[in-house]
Design a protein around this ligand. Structure first.
Ligand SMILES: Cc1ncc(COP(=O)(O)O)c(C=O)c1O
Length: 351
């Protein structure tokens, strides 16, 4: 069945093992992040078999479907309305709001369990986390009194919203905050989570400051690349996921539409360049599944555009002689993996 996303579990395992090795050799634990592949069961199985330290996902729905003894971490800031579901389906959640933590505590009490909490600190990327140092101490002063909340540690997230790259100095600030908390409250924090795949360069160079002992990795395992500069990581695969789509129409047509141009199906006025006649193929996959700008063809074809259910490609310069029913293959980016894995119209095939 096409469109098909082909998932090479061997390559995923290879990338995972490589990053686990590097991290563990430097005393850093890894949260394997499963959100980009919607916690696909076969890939979760690889995380479990390779004994990743934690499994992390931003959606509680995904964590609900994972059954393992490995600690499960909710990556998105815990939501007030989901508090009961969170304590029942994750061992640890990321938090920055006292009101929500109080609710996590009361549902943990109700179910006679303890829930682990990592307090997120915003070091400048300006997405989640506490920004003011005084608020960090205030929140910790409160939560260490909660019987059913286990303060696991602190964390930060960088290169997500503001594009801020982790540096030794930035991460040292997190390590310093950890020391200050431990000193002020006479406690010790198990986890200091220093970011995501954008910290890979620092990790490989051995520059993660002491005190930081965890990273949360998604893209680097899935695409074999660090995300501070987008460079490939040596000896990893960037094609764990590929897309295969079927040609359902193949015709010689002009490159310019004929007639007065108004809006396209998405309310935008399209602009075209006249390249004369071309061999145009329509693929049975569309915007409902993926943004065509996030596909990288293996063959020398040009992606012209897409509508909800169709992607139109120019195959004029291809060395292949395509026919109806043939398949065109694409390499994928982070965002195309995310949307293709989310689309119920795309079948999954494992290698
Ligand atoms: C809080 C948090 N940490 C870590 C990650 C993993 O990021 P990356 O895929 O860049 O490793 C994400 C995103 O998935 C996230 O939202």
């Amino acid at each position: 069945m096409y469109p098909k996303i082909v998932i090479n579990t061997k390559k995923y395992r290879h990338n995972l093992k490589k990053l686990l090795n590097i991290s563990h050799n430097k005393g850093i634990t890894i949260m394997g992040v499963s959100k980009v592949f919607c916690a696909d069961h076969n890939l979760i199985q690889v995380l479990i078999e390779e004994n990743v330290d934690y499994i992390a996902d931003s959606r509680i729905e995904n964590l609900e479907n994972i059954s393992t003894n490995i600690p499960k971490v909710l990556l998105r800031i815990a939501s007030f309305c989901d508090a009961e579901r969170i304590v029942l389906n994750s061992d640890i959640s990321l938090n920055s709001e006292l009101k929500t933590i109080r609710r996590l505590d009361s549902f943990s009490k109700k179910h006679k369990i303890k829930h682990g909490v990592i307090i997120m600190i915003d070091l400048g990327d300006l997405r989640e986390g506490i920004f003011e140092k005084s608020e960090i101490f205030e929140i910790i002063k409160n939560i260490i009194e909660y019987d059913n909340i286990d303060l696991k540690g602190i964390g930060t997230n960088l290169t997500c919203f503001g594009g801020v790259i982790p540096t030794v100095d930035t991460l040292k600030r997190l390590a310093d905050i950890k020391s200050d908390i431990e000193e002020q409250f006479s406690i010790s924090l198990d986890i200091v989570s220093g970011g995501n795949s954008s910290s890979i360069d620092l990790l490989i160079q051995g520059d993660i400051p002491s005190g930081i002992n965890n990273l949360r990795l998604g893209e680097s395992i899935v695409l074999g690349r660090e995300t501070a500069n987008g460079c490939l990581i040596e000896d990893t695969y960037s094609d764990v996921f590929t897309l295969e789509a079927e040609i359902i129409e193949l015709k010689d047509k002009p490159s310019m539409p004929i007639g007065k141009i108004g809006m396209n199906a998405f309310g935008k006025k399209p602009i075209f360049i006249d390249k004369g006649n071309m061999k145009r193929a329509i693929l049975a996959v569309g915007k409902q599944d993926v943004d065509h700008n996030e596909l990288i063809p293996f063959d020398s074809i040009d992606i012209i555009g897409s509508s909800s259910d169709h992607i139109i490609v120019d195959v004029t310069n291809s060395a292949n002689t395509y026919e109806i029913g043939d398949i065109i293959k694409f390499k994928l980016t982070y965002s195309s993996i995310l949307s293709l894995m989310t689309s119920k119209y795309v079948s999954k095939y494992y290698e």
